[in-house]
Design a protein around this ligand. Sequence first.
Ligand SMILES: NC(=O)c1ccc[n+]([C@@H]2O[C@H](COP(=O)([O-])OP(=O)(O)OC[C@H]3O[C@@H](n4cnc5c(N)ncnc54)[C@H](OP(=O)(O)O)[C@@H]3O)[C@@H](O)[C@H]2O)c1
Length: 301
Amino acid sequence: MAVSTDLSLFAVTLLSPILCIANFVARKAREAAAKPWRPEDKVILITGASSGIGESLAYTFSHAGSSVILAARRKDELDRVAERCTELGAKDVLVVTTDVTSEADVENLIKKTEERYGKLDCLVLNAGVSMGQTFDSLQNLDVIKRLMDVNYMGCVNVTFHALPLLKRAPKSRIVVNSSLAGIAGGPYRTGYSASKFAVRGFYEALRADLWDQDIHITIIYPGAVVTSINKTRLGDRPFDLNMRGAMTSEECARIMFEATCNGTKEVVLTGKGKLIRLLEASFPELAALLIHKVSRKMLKG
Ligand SMILES: NC(=O)c1ccc[n+]([C@@H]2O[C@H](COP(=O)([O-])OP(=O)(O)OC[C@H]3O[C@@H](n4cnc5c(N)ncnc54)[C@H](OP(=O)(O)O)[C@@H]3O)[C@@H](O)[C@H]2O)c1
């Protein structure tokens, strides 16, 4: 079995120049189908817009002249973000207090979007929470269930209700925030990682479902980004993360904005993230070692 795997790897390595060219051509063809798409005059709905990456992305789209719909649970924080979006040049701003785990809240969010704009050009699924303890230190499964509820079912919930509106807009987009933890599992993150793997699986399958329709799905895999996510971690918090060298939320938002405009299929942030993505398919032992080393370094603080 191992010999045949190694032989397949050898064959793939020999063919790699041809595969690279074929991959490039396929990518260009897909991206061409997603264009032109200019952010001005577009309606963008962002979940988790009250802080961090979602907040920065709301500013980026506002600066580009889009209309932005800001969704999260904290109304006061959404109002603060909305004010800044208007200052930055948003065409229009709509705040809808929403818990993505509540179907009634999400129905209300989409109803308000439809009433105000009649369509939706781009849905950004960004709301999320994290955790920071080993599985064997949990007292019960509440943290694991909550992570799946917010990070995975929250995305599915909003997508389900928004899809009819997305179908009304040409070349519409779904942009979803997974994580490097959605590509490879690291320590202290079982429930978080599982929810982000689920996101990847769901949106890859949805892309296949919607293959012939004009809806373009972008999956983002950020590495460490400086936001409040580690302060709001669920469960016990036995350690502080070392965020030295982490990306700013503004930089992350800029990359997400470009990927959205270009209709890019996926973006893996950070050099180490890209290396892990490359290695995990063909060299899983090396990928596991790299993840272990990167995670340990962050945990040392
Ligand atoms: N920061 C990183 O290092 C990193 C790395 C990889 C991936 N990500 C992903 O990026 C996304 C954004 O995280 P962030 O780093 O920007 O963290 P953040 O600053 O803590 O923002 C999280 C956002 O999600 C919202 N949210 C949480 N639970 C919600 C719920 N039930 N319903 C609606 N909104 C909810 C929060 O708003 P309210 O509290 O007001 O509801 C907040 O706006 C997450 O999906 C995260 O997993 C982050």
